[in-house]
Structures are given as C-alpha cells and as structure tokens.
Design a protein around this ligand. Structure first.
Ligand code: GLN
Length: 266
C-alpha cells in the first residue's frame, strides 16, 4: 500500500515535471525563434508627405484612386534601391510643410524648390529637377507683362514660391493678392477672371494647360529656375537624406532616373 502510494506520487511528479520541462523548452524555442526571425533593429517605416494636385509631380490617378507622378516614382525607386519602407500622404503643399514642421512627417517630396530661406528650416537632398515660376493669365487675356498687372488682383498658392514671388512685387505693382490652398483652385480663379494672373512652376502650369485643358496661357520668361529637393526638418533624419542622395545617384547611374523623367515628357 505504502509502496504503491509512493509509486503513484512518483508518477504524478514525473508527469508534472515533464510537462513543466516541455513548457520550458517550448518557451525557449519560441524565444530563440523570435530572436532569429526579428531583424536586429526594428525596421522603420518613414512617413513622407506631399502635395496632392501638382501634376506631373503628384496627382490623383482617377482609375486607381492613388497618387502618381514623377515625385512618386522617384521616391518609390529610391526606397527600393536603398531598401527602406515608407508611407506616402498626399495632403497639399502647405499641409505637407506643416507635417514636417510638427514632426508628424519624416520628410516631404512635393516639387519643393530649394532656397536659402527654406534651408533655415529644412535639410534638403541633392536636387532632382530644375524649374522656376512663370506668369499665367486667362487664355483670352491681353496681359503680357508685370506692368500690365498694375493695380490688379493676383492669385497665389499658400506656402509656395508663387506666394513668395507675388508678395515680393506686390508693393511695386500695387497688387492685391488672393490666396489659394492648391494649384487647381488658383488656376480656376484666373481662368474665371477673379484674378488677373497667377505665378506657378512652369512644368506644372504647362501640364495643366496641355494635358488638362485649363483655359490659361503662360506669358514672359521663367523667373528663376532652381532645383527641387526632398526635405526633412532641419537636424532630423540625416540618414534619410543620405539614402535619398545615394539612391538618386544610383538611379542616375543606372538610367532609371532618365526613364522616369521620360515618362513625363522630360
Ligand atoms: N516649387 C514650388 C515651391 O517649392 C511649388 C511647390 C508646390 O506647389 N508643390 O514652392
């Protein structure tokens, strides 16, 4: 009797012990597997912001509901080349700058002109395109020079070089300024006669006229062609600028950069 009780206890003990051992081993294996499977550093998904209506750099493809364009292609090709993940948010130019300023975005690509003034707030990549602003008036307008604009209302896009330029000549030509959040509404104001003119990046207003049939025409020369760059908030994400520059160079070396530009007629 006594003997068998001990035996029974032994059996129970062995069963329990083996169960604990099994559990412990499973635990060890899971830990080991997790350690093998997980990358050493948690891979970061960069949050990138952009304009939403700035063809050919970024614009909504009605068929897919996704934003496409030269900036979108360059960003995708660079991320692939450099092996980093990102999510794209097409919110508009001024909101994109706001997102970078507040730290909500790691960076922005939005046909953004590199200027000394902006370098006080942002770190820029190497330039990947060159363009400048040009005056656009209604297709049937007789305005051809700045002097013709004297005393009139001009449309400008908030936060952009167009606003900076118009504000810089407003006193001299006694202009009043109407501000718009995006390029299409700015063009509409001019096409409908609410404003006498607007200033916009030549490639972009050119695309709107040629590809979208906007009733505007450009007059005069491109004001000051400058480079477009990818931007981060000053002093943040230096590795992102490094990867952008390295990737851009690789795209140029491989011919992929020319291939992307050619898709948009450049
Ligand atoms: N290139 C202009 C700028 O940087 C316009 C950019 C834009 O409207 N997306 O201000």
């Amino acid at each position: 009797m006594k003997r068998s009780l001990i035996n029974e206890l032994e059996v129970i003990f062995v069963k329990k012990a083996s169960r604990y051992l099994a559990l412990a081993l499973t635990g060890l294996m899971i830990t080991a597997l997790a350690a093998c499977g997980a990358p050493k550093e948690e891979a970061k998904t960069y949050v990138i912001y952009s304009d939403n209506a700035f063809a050919p750099f970024e614009y909504l493809d009605e068929a897919t509901g996704k934003h496409v364009g030269l900036d979108m292609d360059i960003m995708a090709a660079i991320a692939e080349d450099q092996g980093f993940a990102y999510e794209m948010n097409n919110v508009g130019f001024d909101p994109a700058m706001g997102a970078v300023d507040s730290g909500q975005a790691d960076g922005m690509i939005a046909g953004m002109t590199i200027t000394e003034e902006r370098k006080l707030k942002y770190d820029f990549s190497d330039g990947y395109f060159v363009d400048g602003q040009i005056m656009a008036v209604a297709a049937d307008s007789t305005i051809a020079t700045l002097e013709d604009l004297r005393g009139q209302n001009v449309a400008a896009k908030i936060g952009t070089m167009s606003t900076q330029y118009v504000e810089s000549i407003a006193d001299e030509y006694e202009l009043t300024i109407s501000y718009y959040e995006d390029s299409p509404t700015m063009y509409a104001a001019v096409a409908q006669g609410n404003s006498a003119a607007c200033f916009e990046d030549r490639a972009v207003v050119g695309w709107a006229i040629e590809s979208n049939g906007i009733a505007l025409k450009t007059v005069g020369d491109v004001i000051e062609p400058r480079e477009y760059g990818f931007a981060v908030k000053k002093g943040t994400s230096p590795e992102l600028i490094e990867m952008f520059n390295a990737g851009l160079q690789n795209l140029k070396d491989s011919g992929k950069y020319d291939e992307i530009l050619a898709q948009y007629g450049y």
